[in-house]
Design a protein around this ligand. Structure first.
Ligand SMILES: C[S@@+](CC[C@H](N)C(=O)[O-])C[C@H]1O[C@@H](n2cnc3c(N)ncnc32)[C@H](O)[C@@H]1O
Length: 268
C-alpha cells in the first residue's frame, strides 16, 4: 500500500504542534466555552492528521500547509480549502470516532468533506455531538437565530426567579467560586484562593492595559474580598512595572502587593 503524507518526514509536525498549542490557549473555539470537557483535541491537529492520512506521501508540503490553513494566524477559525486536484483523496471517505467526546475529530472530518460517524457513551456528550456535528448543517443560519432567541428567553426567565435573585446581584460581571475552609479555632470561614490576580493584560507593545487583583479583608467577623482595580485608581497604567514573582506592582511611584495564594494545587 502506498505510504501516506502523515508518514513522510515532510509532514509539518512542528507547525501543527505550535498551532495546536495556541488553539488550546486563549484562542480556543468559542463552542468549547459552553461546557468543560476533558482532553479536547485541537481542531487543527485533528485536521492535519486526517488530511495527511488520506493524501499520498509525496504531496507538496507547502500546498498541504496552505490547504489546512497553517499560513493563517488561527487556522481552526478557517475552513480548509482543498485544491480541486486533491479532492479525489477526500470524497467518499468516512471517518469513525468511537470515543468522540465533543466531536472535534469528526468535526474536522466534515470540514474536509468526509462523512463522519461519532460514537459516545455519555448522554451529555451525545447531545453536544448533535449540536456540533448535525444541527448546524441541518438548520443553517436559522439555528443561530433560534439559539439567540431562546438563550435570551432563558436569561430573562432566570432574572424573574426570586430564588436566583437572592443569590446573584444585577451589577456583578463575574462570580469566582472557591472552596472555603473553616478555622477550627475561630470558626471563621476562609476562601481557599490559589491566585488573587483578576486581570494582568498587556497590549501588543507589552504595555499594561488592565490590572486588577483581589484583597481579603475582615468585615465585622467575616472574611470579605476587596477588588483593587488599578485602572480606576490611576489615569494611565501603561507604565506599570509588574514583578510576577514577588507579586509587586509599581505605578506612579506607588507599590501594590498582590496577596500570596493561601492554597497550592498539587503539582504531581
Ligand atoms: C478523551 S475523550 C475524547 C475527546 C474528543 N476526542 C474531543 O476532542 O472532544 C474520550 C471520550 O470517550 C468516551 N468513552 C469512554 N468509553 C467509551 C465507550 N465504551 N463507548 C463510547 N464512548 C466512550 C468518554 O465518555 C469520553 O467522552
Amino acid at each position: 500500500m502506498q505510504k501516506r503524507f502523515i508518514e513522510s518526514l515532510e509532514f509539518p509536525i512542528g507547525e501543527v504542534n505550535q498551532a495546536s498549542s495556541s488553539e488550546k490557549g486563549p484562542g480556543r473555539p468559542p463552542f468549547w466555552e459552553m461546557v468543560f470537557w476533558w482532553t479536547r483535541k485541537p481542531l487543527i491537529g485533528a485536521r492535519a492528521v486526517i488530511a495527511a492520512s488520506l493524501l499520498p506521501e509525496d504531496v507538496d508540503a507547502e500546498k498541504f500547509k496552505k490547504m489546512i490553513c497553517l499560513d493563517k494566524s488561527s487556522p481552526h477559525r478557517n475552513n480548509p480549502e482543498i485544491p480541486p486536484e486533491w479532492k479525489e483523496f477526500f470524497s467518499g471517505k468516512k471517518l469513525l470516532d468511537p470515543f468522540a467526546g465533543f466531536g472535534n475529530i469528526p468535526l474536522e472530518a466534515l470540514r474536509l468533506g468526509l462523512s463522519a460517524t461519532a460514537v459516545e457513551l455519555i448522554p451529555t456528550a451525545c447531545l453536544f455531538l448533535k449540536a456540533v456535528l448535525e444541527y448546524p448543517k441541518k438548520f443553517g443560519k436559522e439555528l443561530v437565530e433560534d439559539v439567540e432567541r431562546w438563550g435570551n428567553w432563558i436569561t430573562e426567565k432566570l432574572k424573574e426567579d426570586k430564588d436566583l435573585k437572592e443569590i446573584y446581584d444585577d451589577d456583578v460581571a463575574v462570580y469566582i467560586g472557591t472552596w472555603e475552609i473553616k478555622c477550627p479555632w475561630c470558626k471563621r470561614w476562609t476562601p481557599a484562593i490559589g491566585n488573587f490576580w483578576l486581570a494582568r493584560v498587556k497590549d501588543s507593545r507589552k504595555r499594561y492595559t488592565r490590572l486588577a487583583f483581589m484583597k481579603p479583608k475582615l468585615k465585622g467577623d467575616e472574611d470579605a474580598i476587596d477588588i483593587v482595580d488599578l485602572n480606576k485608581m490611576h489615569t494611565d497604567i501603561s507604565g506599570a512595572k509588574v514583578n510576577t514573582k514577588n507579586r509587586e506592582i509599581l505605578i506612579d511611584g506607588k507599590t501594590y502587593k498582590v496577596p500570596e495564594a493561601n492554597i497550592a494545587s498539587r503539582k504531581n
